[in-house]
Design a protein around this ligand. Structure first.
Ligand SMILES: CC(C)(COP(=O)(O)OP(=O)(O)OC[C@H]1O[C@@H](n2cnc3c(N)ncnc32)[C@H](O)[C@@H]1OP(=O)(O)O)[C@@H](O)C(=O)NCCC(=O)NCCS
Ligand SMILES: [Zn+2]
Length: 190
């Protein structure tokens, strides 16, 4: 039986997983990826081409990471997070080459909560929390916490509207009531 056949997850032959690492059933790791030791990746994740996962990173179930994303130490991705192609995480707020800050204690935590999406080429400044089902537009620079369901974009990213769990932009019915014309969900911001 080949090495791949014994694994409950798919690892392309061009990628490396340093041990020990936990990778859930049904997860797919495509070409040219490097998964560091002491990481935990959940079930049914899709990890695209050229993705780096740093030591101690925790990734939930059903997470999708598109091509060319580095998930640095300090980043936590909850279930069903979507990371668009070439989006960028950071983990040191004021980096210096001459005075490196590269011990675990120096890294700020960035948490991306359940069901949030991050658009292509967005940058997330470390120390922020992206709320549940929040939506970050392509090319945005996230500099502060993003509330649950908020749709933000721009540099710096600002709240521009609200996103349904299904991804559709929600329509405001009044000051606090939101409606999704696609799936019929109502949301109360109170
Ligand atoms: C954020 C997003 C969902 C907004 O969609 P939308 O609500 O339909 O927005 P619209 O296209 O109607 O644009 C509304 C306005 O916001 C601007 N805008 C939209 N997205 C923007 C972004 N990411 N950054 C800056 N401005 C943006 C538009 O230019 C437009 O400006 P205008 O009113 O001055 O003309 C979408 O633009 C986006 O960025 N999607 C992410 C796509 C992606 O990265 N996918 C990755 C996997 S393929
Ligand atoms: Zn919806």
């Amino acid at each position: 039986m080949s090495e791949q056949a014994q694994k409950p997850y798919m690892l392309h032959e061009s990628s490396y997983v340093d041990q020990p690492a936990t990778i859930g059933d049904g997860t797919q790791i495509w070409h040219f990826c490097h998964i560091s030791a002491h990481t935990s990746i959940g079930e049914n994740c899709r990890i695209g081409q050229n993705v780096f996962v740093a030591p101690h990173v925790q990734i939930g179930n059903n997470v999708k990471i598109q091509n060319n994303v580095s998930v640095y130490e300090g980043v936590i991705l909850e279930d069903y997070v979507f990371c668009g192609p070439s989006m960028v995480f950071t983990n040191v707020k004021t980096p210096r080459c001459e005075y490196p800050r590269n011990t675990s204690g120096d890294y700020l935590t960035t948490r991306v909560k359940k069901g949030a999406s991050i658009g292509a080429n967005a940058t997330v400044v470390c120390g922020t929390t992206i709320g549940e089902r929040a939506f970050i537009g392509a090319g945005s620079v996230v500099t502060k916490d993003v509330p649950d369901y908020a749709m933000v974009y721009g540099n710096p990213a600002q709240i521009q509207g609200w996103a349904c769990a299904c991804g559709e932009v929600m329509v405001k019915k009044d000051a606090t009531e939101l409606h999704c014309d696609r799936c019929g969900t109502h949301l109360n911001l109170k």
